[in-house]
Design a protein around this ligand. Structure first.
Ligand code: NCD
Length: 360
């Protein structure tokens, strides 16, 4: 077992439900009275390392730190850092983590945050690793449900669009599957369907879900509709992207088939899955959801800064030298020095960085 020295937030599934429920409650308190927390992080430095484009996640983390009284350093374009000279992930994150009190990282490779956490010298928060996870988005999604629906239980949640590549819906399933009365309705084409490992997690948690194709048929039964864009940058084959693009569009006609207490969420950015004339419908909550992101991230940053040295299990399985993860998007396929750890036994192993199942 490899433990981290710090309170790393790589995947919400690593922390107990109580831990992040406390974060959601703290976020709610900060939302109600932000002035109380204006100096909570005085003198602290947050580094934001964004190897992939971002508007909301990066700026809301930065705003969160500034509103807590802290300061920020970092890059939003690796081309302007030593990454452009060929520096590996370990060296960049090792150095930056020695400058900062907390590090927030987004990276296109799956498992990158965990890889960085193996050697970093401060806590790291995963701000999205490829198609894999996006835990801070899930915290703000939970804050939105908590504030707007008043509960995190007994909800029928439709997830619509690119469920294969969308990291936000993966993290949401992993986090909410432990709550009573949650049912997911997965609305996608077969090509954009939810990965099997997520469905297996739901099955083992006893969380109900169904997979359907038609948004029109499903919308009337939903408390929450979580729309997602088709993730163009994750398709190796452009043709395949153009076949799937435009698969779902929540226009006013479809929205009118939803209940009056439905809420429509979207992590943003949207492309063409929600036309702009839907924005004025009181059920369209996505802009407010993005605003909740600042408060959710203030609570997350504060929680980690207040307890930075809670050691987290990073690698719990066994090292297999000479075996590589078969997922081409896994960080271990780019950074060869990383120890290759898998969970499970026999022929079927699960990569500890990206969760991909494989026969070895
Ligand atoms: C999401 C992401 O980056 O995964 N956006 C975000 O963080 N607000 C969703 C997306 O890019 O489609």
């Amino acid at each position: 077992m490899v433990l981290s020295k710090y309170t790393d937030v790589i995947d919400l599934a690593d922390m107990g439900t109580d831990w992040w429920l406390d974060v959601v409650k703290l976020a709610s308190d900060i939302y109600d009275d932000p002035g109380k927390y204006a100096h909570a992080a005085d003198g602290k430095i947050m580094a934001t390392l964004f190897y992939e484009p971002s508007t909301r996640t990066q700026m809301s983390f930065q705003t969160a730190m500034l509103r807590l009284g802290g300061t920020i350093i970092g890059f939003d374009n690796p081309a302007t850092s030593s990454v452009a000279k060929g520096e590996n992930l370990k060296d960049t994150t090792k150095i930056v983590s020695s400058y900062a009190d907390i590090m927030v990282m987004r990276h296109p490779a799956e498992g990158a945050a965990k890889a960085a956490a193996l050697t970093a010298d401060c806590p790291i928060i995963n701000a999205g690793d490829g198609s894999h996870c996006h835990p801070s988005q899930t915290l703000l999604d939970m804050l939105t449900l908590y504030k707007e629906k008043g509960r995190l239980t007994d909800l029928t949640i439709g997830l619509c669009g690119d469920l294969r590549n969308g990291r936000t819906v993966h993290s949401m399933c992993k986090a909410l599957c432990g709550f009573k009365g949650i049912k997911f309705v997965m609305i996608s084409t077969p090509e954009l369907g939810m990965p099997q490992y997520i469905k297996d997690r739901l099955n083992s948690a006893g969380c109900a879900y169904e997979e359907v194709r038609s948004l029109e048929d499903a919308i009337g039964s939903l408390d929450v509709l979580y729309m997602t864009r088709v993730q163009k940058e994750r398709f190796a084959d452009r043709e395949e992207y153009y076949e799937q693009k435009g698969a779902y569009c929540l226009d006013r006609n479809k929205l009118n088939m939803g209940r009056s207490d439905l809420i429509v969420m979207h992590p943003l950015p949207r492309v063409d899955e929600i036309p702009m004339d839907v924005d004025d419908d009181p059920r369209a909550l996505y802009f407010k959801q993005a605003k909740y992101g600042v408060y959710a991230r203030m609570a997350l940053v504060l929680t980690v800064l207040n307890e930075p040295r809670r050691s987290m299990p990073l690698l719990t399985g066994k090292e297999y030298t000479g075996t590589r993860c078969k997922n081409p998007k896994c960080i271990t396929r780019k950074e060869y020095y990383l120890p290759q750890f898998f969970r499970g036994s026999g022929d079927l192993l699960e990569c500890e960085y990206c969760d991909e199942r494989q026969l070895v």
